[in-house]
Ligand binder design. Structure first.
Ligand code: UD1
Length: 430
């Protein structure tokens, strides 16, 4: 199993190209199940989760052609992938595939809308809480589907003639359930109005792509989305939006180590709340042509309290990284997690680097320390693992991060991007 070795202490200076967003690419790829034409996606990141979903979609009959990566001057790659699902080969998503990645459960929406039925295993994914599927069941039931749980699977069946548009308000905001409702309602008869919809930029990206395919969706990005059903969707060409979580992660790394880095190919408006928190912590962050410039001052980090919330609040996917930054603040800060109940697994590992963190319910109290010291640590989930990398970059001496397959699920060419900016980071394959 691969490990990542970091020798901390260097400031970061240079350009870090930001990849396409994993959390946008996954639902966009799944949307290819809605049409027999070709959906072409540009800026698709090369990540374990994307490759996993490619295999899953192949199982449903999607033909996939990947255009070689192109290298740009700033070191960025971009991949264009063509997805064509002439006919759906299989409406079952088996446990072996769905258990590896929660988002693959979302195939239930397009399969049900296009084929009138789906049998999808209950999901697995990151161990960051129970992550139930009740909202998917309620939402699709509102569109007329019969939903039944049987032997670890959900059997979903649309009424004769297909799903029927309806008004449905989520009792709780869910990104995944909003994606699924957008896809399912696009091919339903009549109009659907979703209340309390997720407002994440990735939802807007999916709606834009579906509209390019012929869907009639308005209001994405607000909490009320209207979808007028159409009888069929066509192919389209769409560029995956930049990864705001990767953007925020590197911005926090620079705030922590000090230095001057331009994050290219990204957009500051995708993560206002996180940028505000990074600024309050003392880093200078500004929009520049085609990206964001971050100037960090290393030792002069100020304590900042944050609370994770659905968009536009502080993203839960940046919580661990921000806690990493706060371990070196000049004072006490608090990080409160409201989205997932078990998302503090990085606390114990950050403590191995010398961080002083105490947990009380869903709030962590972080007492900043003047220095962290490198240590062997273990990645526990996708975002937690990158907080250990950030910690390692700022720690004295060597940090060895094991179980880096978690990182490979969501961070494209992490060691290469950091090394180009002066960090000492290497992958060790045993
Ligand atoms: C997506 C993101 C993930 C991010 C999360 C919250 C992708 C691939 N993943 O995950 O990185 O951390 O949004 O921003 O885009 N819930 C229920 N019932 C349901 C569905 C969800 O109670 O049927 C709960 C979850 O347990 C959680 C909350 O709703 O507490 C939010 O989850 P949700 O927004 O659905 O997360 P994902 O879409 O899985």
């Amino acid at each position: 199993m691969d490990r990542i070795r970091i020798v901390g202490g260097n400031a970061l200076n240079g350009i870090i190209p930001i990849s396409g967003a994993k959390n946008a690419a996954l639902p966009l790829m799944i949307a290819s199940l809605l049409t027999s034409d070709t959906l072409t996606l540009e800026n698709v990141p090369h990540l374990a989760d994307v490759e996993g979903l490619i295999r899953i979609l192949g199982n449903h009959g999607v033909d996939i052609a990947v255009n070689g990566r192109r290298e740009h001057q700033d070191g960025s790659y971009s991949r264009t992938v063509h997805f064509t699902c002439r006919t759906v080969a299989d409406t079952t998503a088996p446990y072996e595939l769905v258990s590896k990645m929660r988002a693959s459960f979302w195939v239930i929406g397009p399969l049900l809308a296009r084929e009138g039925q789906a049998r999808v295993s209950l999901p697995g994914g990151c161990a960051i809480g129970t992550r139930p599927v009740d909202l998917f069941i309620e939402g699709l039931t509102a569109l007329g589907a019969e939903m039944e749980i049987d032997g670890g699977y959900i059997n979903a069946k649309a009424p004769k003639g297909g799903l029927i548009g309806a008004r449905y308000t989520f009792p709780k905001v869910s990104v995944g359930a909003t994606h699924v409702m957008l896809m399912a309602a696009s091919l339903a008869r009549g109009t659907t109005v979703i209340g309390n919809a997720a407002r994440e930029p990735e939802v807007v990206d999916l709606a834009n792509c579906l509209n390019a395919m012929g869907a009639k969706i308005s209001g994405a990005g607000t909490s009320s989305i209207t979808i007028e059903g159409v009888t069929s969707l066509s192919g389209a060409r769409h560029r995956v939006l930049p990864d705001r979580i990767e953007t925020g992660t590197y911005a926090m790394a620079v705030a922590m180590t000090g230095g001057d880095v331009t994050l290219s190919g990204t957009d500051i408006t995708l993560l206002d709340t996180a940028i505000e928190a990074i600024r309050r912590a003392g880093a200078e962050v500004s929009a520049v042509d085609g990206g964001i410039r971050v100037i960090g001052h290393g030792d002069a980090i100020r304590p900042v309290d944050i609370v994770t919330e659905p968009f536009p609040g502080f993203p839960t996917d940046l919580q661990a990284q921000f806690m990493g930054l706060m371990t070196r603040a000049n004072g006490v800060s608090h990080v409160t997690e409201t989205i997932f109940e078990n998302r503090f697994m990085h606390v114990q590992e950050l403590a191995r680097l010398g961080a002083k963190i105490t947990l009380s319910g869903q709030t962590a109290r972080i007492e900043g320390v003047t220095r962290l010291r490198g240590a062997p640590v273990m990645a526990t989930d996708l975002r937690a693992s990158v907080s250990l990398v950030i910690g390692g970059l700022a720690a004295e001496g060597e940090t060895m991060v094991s179980r880096v397959y978690h990182l490979d699920r969501g961070f494209e060419r992490l060691e290469e991007k950091l090394t180009r900016c002066g960090a000492i980071v290497e992958r060790i394959s045993d």
